[in-house]
Design a protein around this ligand. Structure first.
Ligand SMILES: [Zn+2]
Ligand SMILES: [Zn+2]
Length: 252
């Protein structure tokens, strides 16, 4: 069994949601964490989780792309729903950078603080902003910071930082992309005890579905690649990553 730790099933791509969920169940996905990127998707995530109780759970937060529309109080209110298991996604993304760095950083700080106040794990999106991510996390860590670097695109320094802080590292379909050599090297460098699986659907469909709509049922393709890279069985990858996700999101 697997836990899908990062999906975006509230996107308009999923008009056939009940079939998508049925396929996920058939593929051995035991739970799905649905991540949010703005206020609307956060509200929809909570609704979705209520629609599939015990199967879909919600993370609420604002993506760095949307960091200007900071609605911290509303996110806090949404987080009081029992279906909410994390804050996110949040973080820093200097690749597209439609917002100023300062606006992103302020939002990131607010969410790091909120997650600790609510004692929830945080789902961090860090792209081309590794130094600032580490610096801000160090400054905002009041000793209660837990979470995951999702769709990991960092290097050894961030893996080391994750080790020091007890953060998890999550890999998506990129591990199967021919040119993503760095990502595969990161898989090898990341201990299995820190690893989580995600699809980040509808984006980043793994091979052989690359370029098409992604969905949680494709998660085993990512596990298969990780097993191959680490020279272990798929069962072992499934077992350990599922246990890691249970620990992080408190699925007991
Ligand atoms: Zn992301
Ligand atoms: Zn995402």
């Amino acid at each position: 069994m697997y836990i899908e730790t990062h999906a975006h099933l509230t996107m308009p791509e999923y008009q056939d949601l009940s079939e998508v969920v049925a396929r996920a169940q058939a593929a051995g996905i035991e739970k799905i964490v649905n991540a949010s990127f703005d206020l609307q998707s956060s509200e929809q995530s909570v609704k979705l989780a209520k629609q599939f109780p015990g199967y879909i759970y919600a993370a609420v937060g604002i993506h760095p792309h949307d960091a200007g529309n900071l609605v911290l109080e509303k996110i806090k209110e949404l987080a009081s729903n029992k279906e909410v298991v994390a804050i996110g996604e949040t973080g820093l993304d200097y690749h597209y950078n439609p917002q100023t760095k300062e606006v992103q950083q302020m939002a990131f700080r607010n969410f790091l603080s909120l997650a600790q106040e609510l004692e929830l794990p945080i789902i961090i999106h860090a792209r081309e902003a590794q130094e600032d991510t580490i610096r801000i996390m160090k400054e905002e860590n009041k000793g209660k910071l837990r979470g995951v670097f999702h769709c990991f695109a960092g290097d050894e320094q961030l893996i080391e930082f994750a080790k020091e802080t007890g953060f998890y590292i999550s890999f998506a379909g990129m591990v199967t992309f021919k040119k993503a050599i760095n990502v595969r090297e990161n898989v090898v460098k990341t201990p299995l005890s820190m690893l989580l699986l995600e699809t980040d659907c509808p984006y980043l469909a793994p091979e052989p579905h690359r370029g098409k709509r992604n969905e949680p049922a494709y998660l085993p393709l990512i596990a298969q690649k990780i097993a191959e890279l680490k020279g272990i069985s798929m069962e072992k990858v499934a077992e350990e990553t599922t246990q890691n996700a249970r620990t992080l999101f408190k699925f007991l």
